[in-house]
Design a protein around this ligand. Structure first.
Ligand code: SAM
Length: 348
């Protein structure tokens, strides 16, 4: 008996259907979210990110030009990438950031976001919004000036707070990210929560991850459950968990803060990872595709682009790289990841 709805052979599918079918990795996970590092250079030296020695000399100038970033992003969006986050290094150090955003924004219906340390945000927020930026995640690991300086190497908390206010006042969706390191800033969990409570912000606390040269150790690791307990004990109340959003909204478990529009979240990358649902890949500022933060050799897309690879050639390289995406990060099974690059190069 013939099926009720005959399925046309795959190569007869209309183009749009093939695009919507999208980008899948070797395990069938749909890849819809691209993080692009636009520079390795950074104006802070956060203790959890940069190698503890010899960093400044090793940050290379961005290899991808503005046009090359936009061209490569377009290849990804043609495959079904729906959201792009620009990161680094510090993306606000790129003078042509607004034109990069303006080139990408129409490709993802305005879903371009930025992760920044916020130092230059106060003077750039309006131009970024005008270029088509939808939102910013601002890294802020301390609410206290001395702790901020201790963690980042610069005494510039005030600039970041001004950046946050500027971003919000021009209508950018604004969230805070804080990496928690035991022995460094666990005493900042409550002050940052209070900042979210009084300012109506969303602050997400991120588990400290091992990465090249960042001195990660079990003794500095604070699991999300303990972070959450610290907040609840500090506020003297149980927090109510919000409904889970899709991974495009981020991997945080979110909780309302009583008496406030603010929210707190935890990102449990190690203690309860979300690898099974991972929807993201990364493009380094050198134009290489990194299928998994914790593994896989980067696959160079920039050289082929410069050597006039066709769209289909680049698609083949991307699909091939995704067949190698890890099923989960190696620490889940007690392994140790090996890193060829630092977090500031891959983009976090
Ligand atoms: N300069 C920008 C900033 O400070 O947000 C963007 C680059 S930073 C590498 C991007 C993200 O990576 C930040 O949210 C940061 O908190 C996160 N990150 C960096 N190193 C990390 C680590 N070892 N563990 C967890 N998150 C980390």
């Amino acid at each position: 008996m013939s099926p009720l709805f005959a399925t046309p052979p795959e190569n007869h599918l209309p183009r749009m259907l093939r695009v919507r079918d999208g980008l899948k990795d070797g395990l069938g996970r749909a890849i819809t979210y691209l993080r692009v590092s636009v520079t390795e250079q950074c104006n802070l030296a956060c203790v959890y990110c940069k190698p503890r020695t010899g960093v400044a000399e090793r940050a290379q100038a961005p290899a991808m030009s503005r046009n090359e970033v936009v061209q490569l992003v377009k290849v990804f969006t043609s495959l079904g990438i729906r959201k792009v986050r620009l990161t680094g290094g510090e993306p606000l150090l790129r003078r042509d950031l607004e034109t990069i955003i303006a080139g990408i924004s129409p490709e993802v219906e305005g879903r371009v976001h930025l992760t920044t340390n916020g130092l230059h945000l106060a003077r750039k927020a309006r131009a970024l919004r005008d270029a088509g930026l939808a939102g910013v995640n601002v890294s802020l690991d301390a609410a206290d000036a001395a702790s901020f300086a201790h963690l980042t190497g610069k005494n510039q908390l005030g600039k970041v707070l001004a950046g946050l206010e500027a971003a919000r006042s021009v209508g950018l969706k604004t969230k805070l990210n804080a990496v928690v390191l035991r022995g460094w800033n666990e005493d900042q969990i409550l002050p940052l929560t209070r900042l979210a409570q009084t300012g109506g912000f969303q602050v997400r606390f991120i588990e400290f991850m091992p990465y090249q040269g960042n001195g990660w150790g079990q003794d500095q690791f604070m699991p999300a459950a303990e972070i959450l307990r610290t907040i609840q004990e500090g506020l003297g109340t149980d927090l109510e968990e919000e409904p889970v959003l899709g991974l495009e909204e981020g991997p945080a478990r979110l909780f309302g803060i009583p008496g406030s529009t603010g929210k707190v979240g935890v990102i449990s990358t190690l203690s309860a990872d979300f690898c099974d649902r991972c929807n993201r890949v990364r493009l380094t500022s050198q134009g290489a595709l990194k299928a998994c933060l914790f593994g896989n050799q980067p696959v160079d897309l920039l050289e082929p682009l410069r050597n006039h690879a066709t769209h289909d050639d680049l698609v083949r390289l991307i699909r091939q790289a995704l067949t190698q995406k890890l099923d989960c990060h190696p620490m889940r099974t007690g392994g140790q990841p090996t890193f060829a690059q630092g977090m500031w190069q891959v983009g976090g």
